[in-house]
Design a protein around this ligand. Sequence first.
Ligand SMILES: [Fe+2]
Length: 271
Amino acid sequence: MEFSPDHPGYHDQKYRDHRARIAKQALSYRLGQPVPVIGYTEEEQGIWRLINADLAIRHERYACREYLAAADRLALPSDRIPQLGEVSEALRRETGFRFAPAAGLVGIREFYGSLASHLFLATQYIRHSSFPRFSPEPDMIHEIVGHGTHLCDRRWAEMYELFGRAVRRLTGLAAVKEVSRVFWFTVEYGLVREDGKIKGCGASLLSSPGEMEHFHNAEIKPLDLPAMVGQEYQVEKFQPVLFCADSFAHLEDFLGDFLTTVEDREAVPST
Ligand SMILES: [Fe+2]
């Protein structure tokens, strides 16, 4: 992969070589094979232990109860980085979802389309040690702590599958982008009201100590489709606007209604 000069690992050739080996294994992976086993360095194991402890404290305060229950079932180890394959096996037993390795960013149709087949394409590398609390790309900590925990929950697994089915059905890019925007503000950064408090339920939010500390400073809006679709988002900064469901069931209804009715926006050519 290409590293931009502002990437934390840009000047670290050993890290770049390690990432290149992980990417090469992902590229040669074929569905049905065992997920490649990665030899994580002691430095990477240290990042996992640090972030895992950091997240656990914040999850107790900020994560919704559905996330906490799923995390209990998944029981990721705190003392070592689990292999993607072993997390995948746990998901398969709980909800039928599996992880498959991705070398880097995956095309939008391939990523969502795979969800319809209960497959989540995930990275296996770990962020650079110089910024352990920040990753410019979705690393494996985000994939397993965020999406892995979601996919251990039947209700989330059904919502992920609906995203996949919607994108498979759509032919135009405009509607797929709309689905992607809704994914961002719900699956990645969703909030939910619980006993009068606002809790996090999104995978990006709950895999980032910084985002969890910051989300109360964002402008928090109720679930509203036009507002969500029209809302710009930030990839490398804290989110200035977030959307909150009245309950987890409200989030399910909102996504279910949207994903089963979303249609292509492009005009159908008249004959
Ligand atoms: Fe993600």
